[in-house]
Design a protein around this ligand. Structure first.
Ligand SMILES: [Zn+2]
Length: 144
């Protein structure tokens, strides 16, 4: 048996390793952050910039809202035949103050969450292909 390769389900949206980060962009003119990456023109209506820096967004934030879903998730959250309800958390990043949606980590129940709870980014398996494990970012309560 050989180990499966591990690869992101979606290229260039997050880093991996012990302290994963989402990858966003920041407008060079108005400093607004974007995720997913925005690099054609600034969405700030008061700004006409077309120049952005790629930045690692903060790994932590606080729950702004969360909800349990009973339907199959949209891409990139491909679900298999063994679909189970899952919880999506909307977390406001500590530094950027932008809200990032993500599935909560394996083993975290809807009842474990509360508005304002401190969360961090983790990377977990999203689905498995024959020889590759595809990963995605998820939100997990900060434990230390
Ligand atoms: Zn701008």
């Amino acid at each position: 048996m050989t180990e499966k390769n591990v690869a992101p389900s979606i290229e260039g949206w997050f880093t991996t390793g012990d302290t994963p980060h989402l990858i966003g962009t920041q407008c060079k003119t108005c400093q607004t952050y974007f995720f997913p990456k925005q690099d054609l023109f600034c969405k700030n209506p008061a700004c006409r910039s077309t120049e952005f820096d790629e930045v690692e967004l903060s790994r932590t934030g606080k729950i702004w809202s969360y909800t349990e879903h009973y339907y199959r998730p949209p891409e990139p959250y491909i679900s298999g035949d063994d679909f189970e309800p899952y919880t999506i958390a909307a977390v406001e990043l500590d530094k950027e103050k932008m809200v990032i949606l993500g599935q909560v980590a394996n083993g975290v129940a809807h009842a474990d969450l509360t508005t304002g709870l401190a969360m961090e980014i983790v990377v977990e398996t999203l689905y498995e292909e024959e020889d590759t494990e595809r990963t995605v970012w998820k939100w997990k309560p900060v434990t230390d």
